[in-house]
Write a protein that binds this ligand. Structure first.
Ligand SMILES: *Cc1c(COP(=O)(O)O)cnc(C)c1O
Length: 360
């Protein structure tokens, strides 16, 4: 059996320890004689899995009691609609457009009300985070929406926007649990888990309780009401049970690693190795303004499409998978999420040095 270094943006690398553990539990989970995949979610055993997962997540982030944790389905993209359906009261929302995912959320928001783009970095192919210290945010907007880490373009909000006292809603799909956060600054923090936590199919939404009401937009389907899921502890219908079990294992792994502070330190170390090399390379260069660089997704180019393709191909043959940039931007992208070991980044840089020497 051989494992590659997987730099995929998502679904992405998971901790090897977790994979081994779930493999061991595959046929007989804790003496039940069955896999978690085969288990009714209405059992004591499964209840303990989902409750422990929530408890560990609350501990990791430090989530106070006035926030609900929901395990949902439909991908992060479903939240582009679910958020306006549940939170739009005045039907006005301010969006900050820093990439494709924020733009998709904004386009979806337009279906339900007045979606206003109050800032954007589209003018420079989303290679920076716009100044959000004094935006034109109307008094009656329901919330301000951001995508905190831009998976495709490799930028990150290192400072949250000044929302002028309005509720902040943030898509953290690609930076979930990569660093400590102050959840009290957010009304909603949500993310698909397939970037940094678990298998695709689970979305975690952490929502301040006062935002969870019966007062949704008309025709909001039952399944898209936060209140239904909150009142039923994410068990209104069959939850993505196996995915949540894996998320729970990853929460335990992060706790064992030292929690979010340790995770951030490790992520900074890994990103620094790669960015330091990019900054002095005469062949490769990063595409993002330095101060806005993501620790999770690192896009880079050689400047030649031909060399980029050659690099991706040789890298793959050497055991570095999924380094091709997103289909909308080209070039390369190394996604170095929590579970990417530091050796993976060190070996990638070694390989890049060799490629540079051979192709200079
Ligand atoms: C991947 C991603 C999405 C889309 O996730 P799906 O689960 O495929 O809907 C949305 N936002 C961000 C920031 C992402 O990285």
């Amino acid at each position: 059996m051989k494992r590659v270094y997987n730099f995929s943006a998502g679904p992405a690398v998971l901790p090897e320890e977790v994979l081994k553990e779930v493999a061991e539990e595959m046929f007989d989970y804790q003496g039940s004689g069955m896999s978690v995949m085969e288990m009714s979610h209405r059992t004591k055993l499964y209840e303990s899995i989902i409750q422990t997962a929530e408890k560990d997540l609350r501990e990791l982030i430090g989530i106070p009691d006035n926030y609900k944790v929901l395990f949902l389905q439909g991908g992060a993209s479903q939240q582009f609609a679910m958020i306006p359906m549940n939170l739009m009261k005045n039907k006005k929302v301010a969006y900050i457009i820093t990439g494709q995912w924020a733009k998709k959320a904004y386009e979806e928001g337009k279906i339900y009300g007045e979606a206003m783009a109050v800032a954007s970095s589209a003018d420079k192919v989303y290679s920076y985070i716009p100044d959000c210290s004094d935006l034109d945010i109307k008094d009656d907007v329901d919330y301000v929406y951001i995508c905190e880490n831009n998976t495709i373009y490799g930028t990150k909000f290192w400072e949250l926007p000044n929302t002028k006292g309005k509720t902040l809603v943030s898509d953290v799909s690609s930076c979930f649990l990569s660093e400590p956060v102050d959840i009290t600054k957010y009304g909603v923090m949500y993310g698909g888990v397939q970037k940094n936590i678990g298998p695709a199919g689970v979305v975690i939404a952490i929502i301040r309780e006062d935002l969870i009401t019966e007062d949704t937009l008309p025709f909001t389907p039952t399944m898209l009401k936060y209140k239904i899921h909150a009142d039923n502890d994410s068990m209104y219908n069959t939850p993505p049970a196996y995915g949540i079990y894996i998320c729970g294992k990853v929460f335990k792994w992060i706790k064992k690693m030292g929690g979010l502070t340790a995770m951030k330190e490790l992520n900074e170390k890994k990103a620094t190795i790669l960015y330091d090399y990019l900054d002095q390379s005469s062949l490769f260069k990063g595409t993002v303004v330095k101060k806005d660089r993501s620790l999770m997704n690192v896009p880079f180019i050689t400047g030649s499409d031909e060399l980029d393709a050659k690099f991706v191909k040789q890298a793959k043959a050497t055991g570095f998978e999924n380094l091709k940039g997103h289909r909308s931007v080209g070039g390369m992208r190394a996604s170095i999420y929590n579970a990417m070991p530091i050796e993976g980044v060190e070996k990638l840089v070694e390989f890049m040095k060799k490629f540079e020497a051979e192709n200079a």
